[in-house]
Unconditional design. Structure first.
Length: 301
């Protein structure tokens, strides 16, 4: 990998690491090493990096800010492309906003509010990037990204870049086309509408206060672990089953919100996966409901 890293740097891609612990790049603070971690500075360097990766025929994957992500303890083989700091442009065009995949969703919610544009308030507590939000059709407070997205530019595995419409992205609950067809979100375009700045700010503040009071934001975590089953909430089921505070190694079902698993210190991916399996089997036995994880699990066990 050292040879490929040198080639990437010679091509003008300056931020390249070998055997980089991904625990340094995930909000859970968990994860083994990536053989090669690449942080492109813009769209051109991302495309160049993908060309070099293809030339050497090594597998690749992509991460943003590392939220909603569990990297297994042996890490990820091949190359990992991190787009959190690159692709971070934001351009307002009337009631539309065009945003790079690496832009923070929380920052976007705040900035659109300052512009007097409503529709993005639900995203004020989503800790990931725009790219990850498109991939997962992220949502909160009764809304989700599919309700405001016009289209998104996607760089596919074959090197082709294509703009896909909302309909072509096949959104459903926490799901998009990109979970079936490999590609990297480059940018997304959203349709908002004019609103009252004070009302938007009040909604964002109220949502922030609710999160502060109900979620374990002071501890390493990855957001909600399980998707909500139809007509119910995963957190309610887990708490009712007596699993709040249940612990495996350094991983614990949060005592503040039962659909969060927190890293109490030294947690491994194996701890988290064992805890996830225990929660799922308990809820299946007690309620006949199979909870499906919302977090993306990647890498080698």
């Amino acid at each position: 990998m050292k040879k490929i890293a040198d080639e990437l740097m010679q091509a003008g891609i300056e931020k390249v690491w070998t055997d980089e612990p991904l625990a340094n790049h995930t909000t859970w603070r968990i994860g083994g090493p990536a053989d090669l971690l690449i942080q492109p500075k813009d769209k051109a360097s991302l495309q160049k990096a993908l060309q070099i990766i293809h030339r050497h025929e090594i597998p690749w994957s992509v991460i943003g800010r590392g939220s909603n992500l569990l990297v297994r303890d042996r890490g990820i083989r091949g190359a990992v492309l991190k787009v959190a700091e690159g692709l971070s442009h934001c351009e307002f065009r009337g009631e539309e906003v065009c945003v790079g995949a690496g832009y923070s969703m929380i920052r976007l919610a705040v900035e659109t509010g300052k512009m007097g544009l409503t529709g993005m308030e639900f995203a004020g507590g989503i800790p990931g990037t725009v790219g990850g939000a498109v991939y997962m059709n992220a949502g909160a407070h009764g809304s989700d990204l599919s309700r405001i997205l016009i289209d998104a530019e996607i760089l596919f595995d074959n090197g082709e870049s294509k703009v896909l419409s909302n309909e072509e992205l096949s959104f459903s609950y926490r799901t998009s086309l990109l979970q079936k067809q490999k590609g990297i979100v480059l940018e997304a375009r959203f349709q908002l509408r004019k609103g009252d700045r004070k009302e938007i700010a009040a909604t964002l503040a109220a949502n922030k206060e609710r999160r502060r009071n109900t979620q374990p934001l002071q501890m390493p975590c990855a957001g909600s672990v399980f998707r909500n089953p139809p007509n119910d909430h995963a957190g309610r089921l887990i708490e009712a089953a007596g699993l709040k505070g249940y612990r495996v190694g350094g991983a614990q079902v949060s005592e503040k919100h039962s659909n969060f698993i927190v890293n109490c210190g030294g947690a491994t991916a194996a701890d988290v996966l064992t805890l996830i399996d225990h929660v799922r089997s308990t809820i299946l036995e007690k309620n006949g409901i199979d909870l499906h994880p919302e977090v993306l699990v990647v890498g080698e066990g």
